[in-house]
Design a protein around this ligand. Sequence first.
Ligand SMILES: Cc1cc2nc3c(=O)[nH]c(=O)nc-3n(C[C@H](O)[C@H](O)[C@H](O)COP(=O)(O)OP(=O)(O)OC[C@H]3O[C@@H](n4cnc5c(N)ncnc54)[C@H](O)[C@@H]3O)c2cc1C
Ligand code: FES
Length: 334
Amino acid sequence: MFTVENQISGKAFSVSDDVSILDAAISSGINFPYGCQKGFCGQCKATIIEGEVGYDGDIPNAITAQEVNDGMALLCQCKAKTDIKLAVSELDSVTDIALKMLPCKAEFINKLNDDVVQLFLKIPGSESLQYLAGQYIDLIHPEFEPRAFSIANAPVNSSTIELHIRIVDDGKFTNYIFNELEEKSLLKIEGPKGGFYFREDSDMPIILVAGGTGFAPIKAIVEHMITVGIEREVFIYWGVRDEPDIYMSIPEKWSRIHKNIHFVPVLSEPNIKWNGRVGFVHESVLQDFEDLSKYEIYACGPPIMVESAANTFVKHGMKKDKFYSDAFEFAFEM
Ligand SMILES: Cc1cc2nc3c(=O)[nH]c(=O)nc-3n(C[C@H](O)[C@H](O)[C@H](O)COP(=O)(O)OP(=O)(O)OC[C@H]3O[C@@H](n4cnc5c(N)ncnc54)[C@H](O)[C@@H]3O)c2cc1C
Ligand code: FES
């Protein structure tokens, strides 16, 4: 057993040599930030101040050799080889939320377009899942590895979980969900997970950037704001390939009803006559906002979109600590 001490919070916990430092932190109720837990997203990166860590195989995708040399580590993948002193900014507002494994039933399956399905999961009995708007769960089926999906509904009735699932070419689990999963089937979920959640302790205007099914957690965030009466100015940009990929009309409806909510759909490859924005979604944000220094920005969707947004937005004054993202796999640097 080794001891890991976070020099920022002063908190310490024990870790054995066969679990990741992140797993040990989570088991000890310490909220280090994380996303995919698979070495793809880079959200669990930390500075090792003292001590030695190691990886089971190659250095994971989300960290460069240079960063390893500079004393950085990917906490979801590395294991302690000695006592460790590290520096991580812990997430305070998820502190009281317990990670739960819960059984659930596929209550309603609704095909939203040719490649996105809306899946409602019902948690039976008196159980419910406490979570923050924007977080995700792992969906578990005995025949597949757990898969991450963002929760698309606000945490109001947390015994029902809504997911928006895009079918991945040759993807095992998403093809099963799309083609074979039946209503009333039993599944499990584990969550809530992730540091991508709505920060309520701010009055800054907000820019929400979604790519494809990255709209799911954005929907949860906006629904939550509407439910609790938060009237901060919100600008939603939803980037997709073509018009049918805008699989829900709800953001357009929000913008009609709520004067603080603005919606800009952006198509990258429109096949039809389209009078709206065309191009990459992050470029559309920059058409409207030359200076991003006074905005809180949430970006969610394919890694390339999140990476492009992060890299270009910082050049337009975005404050790194006001940028929150969930990349649906793989790493990015900023
Ligand atoms: C934090 C988080 C939240 C997510 N939320 C959502 C969500 O709300 N909705 C949603 O539709 N998806 C979401 N995803 C992505 C989703 O988890 C994957 O699409 C899913 O795990 C694919 O499972 P599969 O078994 O079908 O594919 P696999 O059988 O695992 O993969 C098959 C092939 O597709 C590739 N592949 C897998 N995933 C992707 C991908 N996302 N993009 C491109 N290629 C891929 C693999 O490398 C492999 O070559 C999220 C991912 C993360 C990390
Ligand atoms: S949580 Fe570690 S790389 Fe994603």
